[in-house]
Design a protein around this ligand. Structure first.
Ligand code: C5P
Length: 288
């Protein structure tokens, strides 16, 4: 059994620049990996079968699960139909949170298979295989501090953000990605993130400046029933967060704290109202 960690991602910023041919949108996002992770245990099979086990009964076990789809994408890139895998997935990243949980599991499977098969692919080839699974998978191949453009697959390395403590909380509901994109499309005048200013604050290790500039365009167009996103943001700020924002297409919200003891205290308060509450730290890019 080979074990690979699959780190969650958070968006420090998310901007939608316009529409791309093929129904996708051009994005501009500052992405960070955090140490909240799933674990993927994997063993190669030589009979082409792909099996997934997980303690979460309602998760799909077929190709709709990106961990399974990743095996098919890998073996297609390799041109070896006999390649299969037994996968055991230990989920910790909340599902439907905007934290790339499924994408990072898929990327972890790609890395694990590449390792187990004697490294036939470099990181860019894994990212290309990953893009067939979803827009966030290329980023998740190595994670770290990145500016993502295009569909999400154009990646530019950024400096690591200043060291800080994070609290992540997810409301019980999840949001529809397609619905949020159409809401952004129909909005004419929109507030946009100051992505350059955010990156400058990261370069200067200016945590308050970074936290102040965090912004996600989807948070501006949330349907009426999503008031809890704002409630969580308010609770994080009240507990002393330097800034708080929704990640990706939600529904998780995270706050940035100077110290882990403050973050832990805020997490205790949020756990009174929410089941999915985590403390975390940023993690650097993986070597692939
Ligand atoms: O690529 P992925 O399968 O994760 O995307 C899910 C959906 O999100 C797409 O079908 C599309 O509606 C939307 N999307 C988009 N533009 C992107 C990424 C995703 O419109 N860059």
């Amino acid at each position: 059994m080979f074990t690979e960690r699959a780190y969650a991602k958070l968006n420090l910023s998310l901007d939608v620049l316009g529409k791309l041919p093929g129904g996708y949108h051009e994005l501009c996002m500052v992405m960070e990996s955090v140490d909240l992770c799933d674990e993927v245990e994997i063993e190669l099979r030589r009979d082409g079968e792909v099996r997934l086990e997980t303690a979460i009964g309602w998760l799909p076990k077929d190709r709709r699960n990106l961990a399974v789809a990743a095996v098919y994408a890998f073996r297609e890139a390799l041109g070896d139909e006999t390649l299969g895998a037994d996968i055991r997935l230990k989920k910790r990243i909340p599902v439907g949170a905007g934290m790339a949980g499924g994408s990072t599991d898929g990327a972890a499977v790609l890395r694990a298979l590449n390792h187990l098969c004697g490294r036939p692919f470099d990181a860019d080839a894994l990212r290309r295989a990953g893009l067939t699974l979803g827009s966030d998978v290329p980023y998740c191949v190595a994670g770290g501090s990145m500016l993502a453009g295009g569909r999400g697959e154009k990646l530019e390395k950024l400096p690591m953000p200043p060291d800080c403590a994070l609290v992540i909380a997810k409301p019980v509901f999840s949001l529809s990605t397609a619905d949020l994109f159409s809401r952004v499309d129909s909005r004419h005048a929109r507030t946009r993130p100051d992505t350059r200013g955010l990156i400058r604050a990261m370069e200067e290790k200016d945590a308050p400046g970074m936290a102040r500039r965090m912004f996600n365009v989807f948070e501006d167009v949330l349907p009426r029933h999503c008031g809890e996103v704002g409630v969580i943001r308010g609770a994080l700020l009240e507990e002393g967060a330097l800034g708080a924002v929704m990640t990706g297409t939600g529904s998780a919200v995270f706050g940035i704290f100077t110290r882990m003891d403050e973050a832990e205290k805020a997490a205790v308060r949020l756990r009174q109202d929410y089941r999915d509450v985590f403390t975390a730290r940023f993690v650097d890019e993986l070597e692939v």
